[in-house]
Design a binder for this molecule. Structure first.
Ligand SMILES: C[S@@+](CC[C@H](N)C(=O)[O-])C[C@H]1O[C@@H](n2cnc3c(N)ncnc32)[C@H](O)[C@@H]1O
Length: 446
């Protein structure tokens, strides 16, 4: 692990320290950054996956935490990036930043800690090598073989796998997986991606909210029919892809498994000159649950492996573990954590203070890594969501911006994409206080 400096709130400077004693840390932050906050509500549509529904190929797999292709296009333009730059996404998810960078001829590098995310990001790139009609003809061959196929192995000791599917769907899906596994790449990976995209509609589960929700009353689709439909959609998108983005212009991105908290092993063609990214939000969502069907079908072989993945991603979810020696690394986080700890009863989950501590310790490491690896003058655009627990608002955008300043970034602006309401439970109890979803824009010192 790279050596990391701890964030010392007392290093903030005399002016700030005077203010700290007069007012709350969060008020101090709001006042300090007020001149840099700007509402740009047109970004609201772009900071969520919804915007990708019109983008060929990217729309084939719903990675619901993704931002839109046009968001990346917009910041590539604002930063004036060209083929001489290197664009990095340390939380690349399904690879939206890489896909957009590639279309503009910009060298890109992406990492993610979740194997399904890295797989999807890598596989989108393979579509460029397919011939028209190839997916349809392969599907017809697989259809002949599937009925006699054995069952592919799955992580069957994971609880959700026992209840997620009607029994006949689970058998059919395991048979489809078996015949797909036997294909040669790139067709194998492309078919696996289409297969992953039908798991949710073939199941009683929905990726809505913090977890994968189980709804026994949900109308469930039939695997073969859904896969056939996906193949048709993919064929249509292949045609569009080649019309929209002629292959010659593209520069193949580099995508690999990696941890944004330690970039020591990641190699770059040159020092990155820009980051366009969005980390997990401190909102309790657990990616290893949301994507557990995909993970259990292909990426983990048992519950132990799934758990290990859960405890190794950024600590944005409620099962995150915190060491006794770990403290909130910023005074505003400490303020909120202390209040929440003193009102444990108010919290619907007593582990929230630990999650917030772990989240900011992790993000502090992330920001220090960026300061270390980025080229002088490099720009950062990062989408973040503020959070509110038991009525206590935590301005994640401002805390991270102050951390960035400490490591040698200049904070240019904090663009408010939208104000989100609270959960109805919170609103009833604490009134309506809008919570910002923002894009923080920083530049590393020259
Ligand atoms: C908000 S999503 C990013 C989505 C991405 N912008 C896209 O368009 O698909 C955050 C990503 O961070 C990943 N992640 C979680 N912990 C990580 C870590 N320690 N290092 C790198 N990536 C991590 C998650 O798997 C998830 O894909």
């Amino acid at each position: 692990m790279t050596q990391l400096r701890l964030f010392n709130p007392h290093d903030l400077g005399t002016n700030v320290l005077t203010e700290v004693s007069l007012t709350s840390e969060r008020q101090r932050l709001e006042e300090k950054f007020a001149p840099l906050l700007r509402e740009e509500f047109h970004l609201a549509r772009l900071v969520s996956y919804g915007g990708n529904k019109e983008v060929p190929i990217l729309r084939l797999y719903r990675y619901k935490e993704a931002f839109a292709f046009h968001f990346v296009e917009e910041f590539i333009q604002r930063f004036g990036l060209t083929g001489r730059d290197c664009l990095f996404d340390p939380f690349c998810g399904m690879g939206t930043t890489l896909f957009a960078g590639m279309q503009k001829g910009i060298p890109t590098v992406g990492i993610d800690k979740l194997p399904i995310a890295v797989f999807v990001a890598q596989t989108f790139l393979l579509f460029f090598s397919l011939k028209e009609g190839e997916l349809r003809s392969t599907f017809a061959e697989l259809k002949n073989r599937v009925r006699h196929a054995d069952l592919a192995p799955i992580a069957s000791d994971v609880a959700i796998m026992k209840v997620a599917f009607p029994p006949e769907n689970l058998i059919a899906l395991r048979q489809w997986k078996k015949v797909i596994d036997a294909l040669e790449p790139p067709l194998r990976d492309v078919f696996l991606l289409l297969f992953f995209s039908i798991l949710e509609p073939c199941s009683y589960t929905s990726k809505d909210g913090q977890f994968l929700r189980l709804n026994r009353k949900k109308r469930v689709g039939e695997p073969e029919e859904l896969l056939e439909r996906k193949v048709s959609e993919a064929e249509r998108d292949l045609q569009l892809l080649k019309q929209l983005w002629p292959h010659e212009k593209a520069v193949a991105p580099k995508v690999c498994l990696g941890d944004a908290r330690d970039l020591g092993d990641i190699s770059f063609p040159q020092r990155p000159t820009a980051i366009i990214t969005s980390p997990p939000y401190a909102n309790r969502y657990d990616y290893t649950r949301t994507y557990s069907l995909e993970l259990c079908f292909h990426f983990v072989s048992n519950f132990e492996e799934l758990k290990s993945l859960r405890f190794n991603i950024l600590r944005s979810h409620i099962e995150s573990k915190v060491d006794n020696s770990e403290e909130p690394p910023h005074p505003a986080v400490k303020e909120v954590v202390d209040i929440l700890r003193s009102q444990r009863k108010e919290l619907n989950n007593p582990r929230i203070p630990d999650m917030l501590t772990g989240y900011f310790v992790d993000m502090w490491r992330v920001v220090q890594e960026w300061a270390r690896i980025l080229a002088p003058g490099a720009r950062v655009a990062m989408v973040v969501d503020n959070v509110r627990f038991a009525g206590e608002l935590l301005p994640v955008d401002l805390v991270l911006s102050e951390m960035a300043e400490k490591t040698g970034f200049h904070v240019w602006e904090i663009l408010v994409a939208r104000y989100k309401g609270n959960s109805s439970q919170q609103m009833r109890k604490y009134g309506r206080v809008p919570v910002r979803e923002s894009v923080v824009v920083w530049q590393k010192e020259q």
